[in-house]
Design a protein around this ligand. Structure first.
Ligand code: C2O
Ligand code: CU
Ligand code: CU
Length: 539
């Protein structure tokens, strides 16, 4: 821990603390008392099956030994419907896990008792524009936003988080994020592990100061790279150990980190059986040597501990990978300070050093371990088929021969989509999409030549899930790419896709049912707050 990197980091934090931005991260504030005032009205003709109240407030939780940690916590309560619909977390910042069923009509009252404006967004859910948590709907202290929507999504592990203008990264980091699990009949008809054998796991990174308080630095380097914490937390807990029985499990993983990308792999080299992604189950399981999981993405693993002895342990790690290009265009662009650097210097190690984290991006470290504590049902067989999935066809797209291209770029403390940064209510002609159409969209991360910094960008589209139909990478980036490509999961419904430097990813996305504004952005939350976000107008 006494490395020069760390000393440098301390200096940055000190610097950040004396600037207004750093000092304003965790202000003390008298909480609003009693009543909340709704900014909108429940509709009379919407009869909810489930009604939930979520209250955001400042809390102090016993997260580490010693002093409690001040966090921003969401507390949930079921007002109508099954009590299992809301599961609050204990001793941590994590927002409650919501568990609902496809077809249910849900009404959610969001009460804001925080010292800041805020709004929650339902990541991956297909809901009307005014229920989607666009930053323009942020509510103030003492206010309530009423959400009403029908759950149209298929079974899957979705999530929800703050989406406040310029503050998404800090608010999510402080605790405003939780799981939103949707169940349906098709999934239940399968013989997948359920109950205690189905385990949702939220992977995040955080830094703490000596008083056990969350540390967040938005010094320039942290904003350009994305914030990297010094410790890995799983389900909001450090040093996480999952006790299991000797049998098959369904591990459902969300990368809920601000910017950290994981290359998931088992410590004993076992392969990973992937059964699901962002929008639920695949058609059939796929086996990977490792799996890349970028911020916002989910991956579901079927893991059989049936042949492991009681008392044994295995660790899920993040394996080393390269996160920026070798040579040519590096951190500062061609010919810059670090352009044309030597191999090794230009890889994950360098990126990590630049961000000052003791857990560099692309380094090797442990995420959590699994300990077999008792015998179970023993070995079982991985199901051959999961749920059927209709493949979207490019010929059905309204723009089959004219893909909508979204160019990703960063320079001079700004981040762009097609050369534009985020502005509220600033839809341009190429951002208007006719409702009830299927569209081909290309995310271009310097495929034809890098323009500015070479960085991976996990791109996310609000609204309906999409399918990835093509990945292309240019010759300059093929070395970097080789360290991640075997872990990019193919198939399934997605709402977030990792676009590596030099890569162009083509997706097919339906824009059905709802008109209005829907965001698209990089899910590196620091990039998002730097402006790498825009609205699409569906009409
Ligand atoms: Cu996960 Cu626009 O968000
Ligand atoms: Cu989203
Ligand atoms: Cu990005």
């Amino acid at each position: 821990m006494k490395s020069p990197i760390n000393q440098q980091r301390r200096q940055w934090l000190k610097y950040a603390a004396i600037t207004a931005v750093g000092a304003a991260t965790y202000p003390t504030w008298a909480q609003a008392t009693g009543k909340f005032k709704a900014v909108n009205q429940p509709s009379a003709n919407f009869i909810p099956d489930v009604e939930i109240e979520l209250t955001q407030e400042v809390a102090h939780v016993q997260l580490l030994d010693g002093q409690k940690t001040r966090v921003w916590k969401v507390l949930g309560k079921v007002l109508k419907g099954p009590t299992e619909a809301v599961q609050n977390s204990t001793d941590t910042y994590l927002a409650p896990t919501l568990r609902l069923r496809k077809g249910q009509k849900v009404r959610i009252f969001l009460n804001n008792n925080l010292p800041a404006h805020s709004i929650l967004h339902w990541h991956g859910l297909h809901v009307p524009a005014i229920m989607d948590g666009n930053p323009m709907f942020a509510i103030g202290t003492g206010e309530t936003y009423i959400y009403e929507f029908e759950l149209l999504n298929r079974a899957g592990m979705y999530w929800y988080h703050a989406h406040t203008h310029n503050l998404t990264a800090k608010q999510v980091y402080s605790g405003l994020a939780g799981l939103f699990i949707v169940q349906d009949d098709a999934e239940e008809a399968l013989d997948l592990p359920v109950g205690e054998f189905e385990v949702p796991l939220v992977i995040q990174d955080r830094s703490f100061d000596k008083e056990n308080q969350l540390e967040y630095s938005d010094h320039m380097m942290q904003r350009m790279q994305g914030f990297l914490g010094e410790r890995i937390l799983v389900n909001g807990q450090p040093d996480f150990v999952l006790p299991v029985s000797g049998q098959a499990y369904r591990l459902r993983l969300l990368n809920g980190s601000n910017s950290r990308i994981y290359k998931l792999g088992w410590s004993d080299g076992a392969k990973l059986s992937v059964i699901g992604v962002d929008g639920g189950l695949l058609e059939k399981p796929q086996v990977y040597p490792y799996v890349m999981l970028a911020p916002g993405e989910r991956v579901e693993l079927w893991v059989d501990f049936g042949s492991r002895e009681v008392g044994t342990e295995v660790t899920l790690k993040s394996l080393p990978f390269e996160s920026s290009m070798h040579g040519g265009m590096g951190m500062m662009g061609g010919g810059g300070m670090m352009g044309g650097g030597r191999r090794g210097m230009m890889g994950g190690g360098m990126m990590g050093m630049m961000s000052g984290s003791s857990l560099p991006l692309g380094g090797e470290y442990n995420l959590f371990s699994v300990k077999v504590v008792k015998a179970g049902k023993g070995k079982s067989k991985l199901p051959e088929k999961l749920t059927p999935l209709s493949k979207l066809k490019i010929n059905d797209a309204a723009n089959a021969d004219k893909p909508r291209s979204i160019r990703l770029s960063m320079r001079h403390m700004s981040a762009f989509l097609n050369g534009r940064s985020y502005k509220m209510n600033d839809v341009k002609a190429d951002e208007i999409i006719p409702v009830n159409t299927l569209q081909v969209i290309e995310f271009d991360n310097g495929f034809g030549g890098m323009n500015g910094m070479a960085m991976p960008h996990p791109m996310h589209l609000h609204g309906e899930q999409f399918q990835i139909i093509k990945r292309q990478v240019n010759a300059n980036s093929s070395d970097t790419y080789a360290s991640v490509s075997a872990g990019l999961v193919r198939g399934g419904w997605k709402d977030t896709v990792l676009v590596m430097p030099g890569e162009k990813v083509t997706v097919l996305k339906p824009f059905n049912d709802y008109t209005g504004l829907f965001m698209y952005h990089c899910h590196n939350l620091e990039h998002e707050d730097l402006g790498m976000m825009r609205d699409l107008l569906i009409k």
